[in-house]
Design a protein around this ligand. Structure first.
Ligand SMILES: Cc1ncc(COP(=O)(O)O)c(C=O)c1O
Length: 442
């Protein structure tokens, strides 16, 4: 139970069954490296990097110090018509990490804002080129692009959409790529499924006509909907079709950015370069909220170049775009990633995580295990009439036993900080295995 002087009632918690949580709350009060400290003093191994965001582990001294220094020096600077050096430095460094001519970065404060920003930039780009009729946006079933109206419109998670009315009017969705019959227990990218990208041409472009379509947005690896690794050749095929018909390709790298798949970005891991990349989470190692959108040179040049001189070229931005505390956190975070070689480490550690999770194959109710880089999912057979219950009970038991996992429906996702060592992977997966075994087959 939480401290007796703490009332839990006023806070309406996000993506949480509030009543259930408040009856049986779980509170954390500290974090360091791989662990959280609970309010009653227990250590919990973080198997999820918070919410896929503390990629370098928690409360890293270099980042803490940088934020402290910045807070003492300059708390805030307006980002409209005024700048501060930090945001320019971060933009330079992040774009240098990206392939091709993805060389301009627009700042915001979250993944949801990054997605809405990216969609607006795509629409503005076509309009600046004189093709403003290109305003259909294509997402994908099971896609998660945050919770703004743009993001849920192109997103494909029914529960996130069904309460909210009509959303953006001109949207369509590609089919998702999840198929247990073809791909169960695949290590890395599945062989089956590249052809699903062809629906972009054969159904969606055929239906809407390419002249009306602005952009296609996908997570290169779908994270929140349960770690759906792209089939071999799938992203390449999307790229080819987008090129053929003049559609912008947007990769939502809010989860995959900053090392998760074993390279700096998933664009490197999968060898496909999009026109726009959204990012957030790992950009500041979760120390201060920040999101960003990288765009190719041609997009920036078109929007900026087509506006009359001395005018604002893009009527978009946030009070906290490029907030000094966030940029200070980002600079220090990029230092930590670089100095500790954490993206290389993720790649080196990935086979160990892969071996460990696939050893759970024989556990009760496991119907799939999949993985890439430092992310893995264990999918459980849903209980009849009670979807999600089996995985959520597993989550609660693991937490009791000192390990934090994440669940979506009946899918358990593991995405530990990239500093995790082999013994900690053993602890994480071993605890999960023990809980699955104990729960048994029911
Ligand atoms: C791919 C993707 N896009 C967007 C978001 C939304 O990010 P935020 O929660 O920071 O708004 C998320 C969050 O998990 C995400 O996974």
């Amino acid at each position: 139970m939480p401290p007796s002087d703490l009332s839990l009632q006023a806070h309406w918690m996000p993506f949480t069954p509030n009543r259930q949580f408040k009856e049986n709350p779980r509170l954390v009060v500290g974090a360091k490296d791989m662990h959280y400290t609970t309010h009653d003093g227990r250590q919990v191994l973080d198997g999820t990097s918070g919410l896929w965001c503390a990629n370098a582990g928690h409360c890293r001294t270099k980042i803490v110090e940088a934020v402290k220094r910045q807070a003492e020096t300059m708390d805030y600077a307006p980002g409209f018509n005024l700048g501060h050096p930090g945001s320019f430095r971060v933009a330079e460094r992040v774009t240098q990490m990206l392939p091709g001519d993805l060389d301009h970065l627009f700042f915001c404060n979250s993944g949801s804002e990054a997605v809405d920003t990216a969609l607006k930039i795509a629409l503005a780009y076509h309009r600046a080129r004189g093709e403003g009729n290109r305003n259909v946006l294509i997402g994908r079933e099971r896609g998660y692009h945050g919770v703004g109206f743009g993001g849920i419109s192109v997103g494909g998670i029914p529960a996130n959409r069904k309460m909210y009315g009509s959303m953006l009017p001109r949207v369509d969705h590609l089919p998702h790529t999840h198929n247990l019959k073809e791909n169960a227990f695949t290590r890395g990218q599945p062989n089956w499924g590249a052809h699903l990208a062809d629906e972009l041409e054969t159904r969606i472009i055929a239906l809407h006509d390419a002249s009306n379509i602005a952009a296609v947005i996908v997570e290169p690896m779908a994270g929140s909907a349960g770690v759906l690794v792209p089939p071999k050749g799938y992203l390449q095929r999307l790229r080819e079709i987008c090129d053929k018909y003049g559609l912008l390709l947007i990769f939502d790298e809010v989860i995959t950015g900053f090392g998760r798949t074993g390279s700096a970005f998933a664009t490197h891991t999968f060898g496909v370069t999009p026109d726009i990349i959204t990012m957030a989470k790992g950009i500041t190692n979760a120390m201060v909220p920040m999101g960003a959108v990288a765009v190719r040179k041609g997009i920036y040049d078109t929007i900026v170049g087509n506006a009359p001189p001395d005018t604002i070229e893009l009527f978009h931005g946030y009070t906290y775009s490029g907030h000094p505390l966030a940029t200070a956190a980002a600079e220090a975070t990029l230092d930590v990633y670089e100095e500790e070689g954490l993206f290389e480490r993720a790649k080196e550690m990935a086979p160990y995580l892969e071996q460990a999770v696939h050893a759970l194959r024989e556990m009760p109710n496991v119907i799939d295990i999949r993985n890439i880089g430092m992310v893995a999912a264990i999918e459980l057979d849903p209980k009849a009439g009670k979807p999600g219950e089996r995985a959520f009970k597993t989550y609660l038991k693991c937490y009791e036993k000192g390990v934090l996992i994440r669940t979506t429906g009946d899918i358990i996702a593991l995405s530990p900080p990239l500093i995790i060592n082999k013994a900690q992977i053993d602890e994480l997966v071993g605890t999960l295995g023990g809980v699955l075994r104990e729960a048994g087959r029911d």
